[in-house]
Design a protein around this ligand. Sequence first.
Ligand SMILES: NC(=O)C1=CN([C@@H]2O[C@H](COP(=O)(O)OP(=O)(O)OC[C@H]3O[C@@H](n4cnc5c(N)ncnc54)[C@H](O)[C@@H]3O)[C@@H](O)[C@H]2O)C=CC1
Ligand SMILES: O=C(O)C(=O)[C@H](O)COP(=O)(O)O
Length: 376
Amino acid sequence: MSQTVQRKLIIDDAVPYAKAIFGHLGNVISLPGRDIDAQAVETCDALIVRSRTQVNQALLANSNAQYIGSTVVGLDHIDQAYLSETKRQFYSAQGCNANSVAEFVLHALLLLAEKQGFDLSSKSLGIIGVGHVGKCLQQKAQALGMRCLLNDPPRARAEGTQAFSHLNETLQADIISVHTPLTFDGADKTYHLLDRAKLATLKPEQIIVNAARGGIIDEAALIDTVLAAKIIDCWENEPHINPDLAAQSFLISPHIAGHSFEAKLAGSTMVYADLCHFWQQPQQQDWQQNLPEKPAIIELSEAQEWQSSLLAILQNTHLIQNDDQAIRSDPTHFETYRRHYPVHHEWHMHRVKETRNQKLNEILRALNFTLCSESK
Ligand SMILES: NC(=O)C1=CN([C@@H]2O[C@H](COP(=O)(O)OP(=O)(O)OC[C@H]3O[C@@H](n4cnc5c(N)ncnc54)[C@H](O)[C@@H]3O)[C@@H](O)[C@H]2O)C=CC1
Ligand SMILES: O=C(O)C(=O)[C@H](O)COP(=O)(O)O
């Protein structure tokens, strides 16, 4: 009698529902991403990572893994050339967390606007890197009435320059947010894209956001640059954060901008669909029975002008100050906090009781909240 050998899958333990989703495909072994080493992957058939495992020859030289999946977007930890040379299937969940990052950035900016007493809609936003995240951020910022300057040389070459600005012009926006990949070579390399010389052109009234990768902005030079605010989610030497940059930043977080529940789940399910296709297995849906319930309806207790009201609603979805406090109080919590990150849901999962402020209602709809007339 022939016996089928069960396949073995090594999966980062921060991949949500890993056993429930992938379990029918084989034996799932969950490990912290940083502990997935050459020995762990020797006899596996599939390796599914997030961003904490360096996927390269050193990891895979003695591994049977024919399938490598990444449930995140950044590719700077993956040696794609090696995977292709060794004829391994590679898939990464591009776009899975774009909405999460865009929501995080806009929420942080609203928090800052309220704290510093300015009207966010009167500010210009320079977006450097206008891919999945940048486009999502542009749509949300424009819904608030912000003017966006877009810098993306690869897109400008492919689509024409009309919609795009030169980097120097983009750097004149009131707020600058980087959303490129981290790359080290080629015409569009982004390592230290904002170097000391570029940062020296900024004025003290400007604001900078990095929720892309540490290293795109020269961190040492950024510390020497006086700005109205710095919002830093990604750091050059994670999990070690620069204490000087942390101390002078308005909001810091441990690389969690893309960690909404929906983004993490989308990362898992996109890889799952691809792996089922690769192994020619039908997809199963049973795991969906255990998803969390819809969040309760949000109702504003008192009418305020639109910006304060919007911030109050966003704070009901996610207290991003907690992410700041978690590492500000003890920077050694960086990795554990993000690995056990509290669940929060994206805006489209929330229902909000319609307000009497029509401008606010319109903005809420444009930001994908569901408006309802009843509180229950
Ligand atoms: N903080 C977090 O949790 C997260 C961080 N990220 C980071 O954000 C990056 C962007 O994510 P996506 O928008 O999904 O990627 P994407 O690949 O859809 O977009 C990146 C865009 O950057 C552009 N670009 C490349 N080089 C450039 C340069 N030198 N100057 C200006 N633009 C340039 C590309 O043409 C592309 O349009 C990822 O590569 C990742 O490193 C992504 C998700 C979550
Ligand atoms: O998708 C990316 O790129 C990211 O930066 C992810 O949000 C990182 O998530 P982890 O792998 O660090 O959990």
